[in-house]
Design a protein around this ligand. Structure first.
Ligand code: TYM
Length: 327
């Protein structure tokens, strides 16, 4: 059975991009594949976090995974820092496989540090893609379902795996990224040239999974649209294309069908219907989250960590042995 691994950072409420670009895909893969989903808290601390809030967010992301349909009977769910082999492999890859030249090509560091002060960016932020490679490579992952912004990092994992294998013999499986056509890049509602992101300057950029129906309606009403008034799915209308993608992913209707449905109708009608589709998904999701207790979640995470540790320990032993650290 093919192995799937992916993760989300606990750095705030998840937004529609996280769900439609990644988690929705995970849910559908669970029955067919051997799936492992991680809450990557060590990635979250590459930027400043408030400790109490971080603890809360780790549990909140775990609740969101479950309420979105990740089933602990089918998938392993765990917190990254509960499995020490992640940081251990990260260090080993830093030393024996990753090169400064690879790292300097990583666009996310350039983007994130450019917004702030490069001098003050943490070393962890620079090294973040190697930790992500460690996450993936520890579990013999075949496929990594992610949004487009993470593809460069999966490519790095492939490069590091190949380099390690060449020098020390066949150790790591070469992973492949997996994207969906409509979900791979959900754009900001206030600016269709930039991806939806929790770090956007305006809250009108994103819809979080915890937004109330009123807020969802308001954000969709205010979403920018393109010139003209017809509902057509085209690259020339990127704002509308993004809204149609969201509608399509939530409703299961094809983009062609959505165009047909709205012939002769305007943006107002379409936006009202889109808000309904999103709210109809979010309200029951939020109810499921409310019913979950921290204690139950912790039990699931502990069980997941035990299973992940078993696999990761075997791999890290093999890696250490190959590079001469086991005497
Ligand atoms: P993170 O936490 O930023 O995002 C989690 C997932 O959501 C996807 N995503 C989007 N997809 C479509 N449109 C968007 N606007 C959008 N915004 C976010 C991301 O592509 C991602 O799949 N480094 C990763 C977490 C990570 C990881 C891993 C992923 C750590 N280790 C190993 C896979 C495998 C990150 O920061 O994702």
């Amino acid at each position: 059975m093919k192995k799937i691994f992916s993760g989300v950072q606990p750095s705030g409420d998840l937004h529609l991009g996280n769900y439609l670009g990644a988690i929705k895909n995970w849910v559908s893969m669970q029955s067919e594949f051997d799936t492992t989903f991680c809450i990557v808290d060590l990635h979250a601390i590459t930027v400043a976090q408030e400790p109490v809030e971080l603890q809360r967010r780790i549990l909140d992301v775990a609740k969101a995974y479950l309420a979105l349909g990740i089933d602990p009977k089918k998938s392993t769910i765990f917190v990254q820092s509960d499995v020490r082999a992640h940081t251990e492999l990260c260090w080993i890859l830093n030393c024996v496989a990753a090169r400064m030249g690879d790292m300097e090509k990583m666009t996310q560091f350039k983007d994130k540090s450019a917004k702030g002060d490069v001098e003050r960016a943490s070393v962890g932020l620079f090294d973040y893609p190697v930790l992500m490679a460690a996450d993936i490579l520890l579990y013999d992952t075949d496929v990594v379902p992610v949004g487009e912004d993470q593809v460069q990092h999966v490519e790095l994992a492939r490069t590091l795996a190949r380099r390690f294998n060449k020098k020390f013999g066949d150790t790591f499986v070469i992973p492949q990224p997996k994207l969906t056509k409509e979900g791979k890049r959900i754009m900001g509602l206030d600016d269709p040239t930039k991806k939806m992101s929790k770090s956007a300057s305006s809250e009108y950029n994103y819809i979080t999974l915890m937004d109330t129906p009123d807020v969802v309606q308001k954000k969709i009403r205010k979403a920018v649209t393109d010139s003209g008034s017809e509902i057509v799915y085209s690259d020339e209308k990127p704002a509308l294309q993004n809204l149609i993608n969201i509608y399509s992913l939530f409703s299961g209707d094809s983009t062609e069908n959505i165009e047909k449905k709205y012939i002769g109708k305007g943006y107002g009608d379409f936006k009202n219907a889109l808000a309904d589709v999103v709210v109809n998904f979010l309200v029951p999701f939020q109810e499921r989250v409310k019913l979950m207790s921290d204690e139950d979640i912790k039990k699931i995470l502990n069980k997941g960590a035990m299973k992940a540790n078993e696999q990761a320990e075997q791999k890290i032993r093999d890696v250490k042995d190959r590079i001469g650290l086991v005497i």
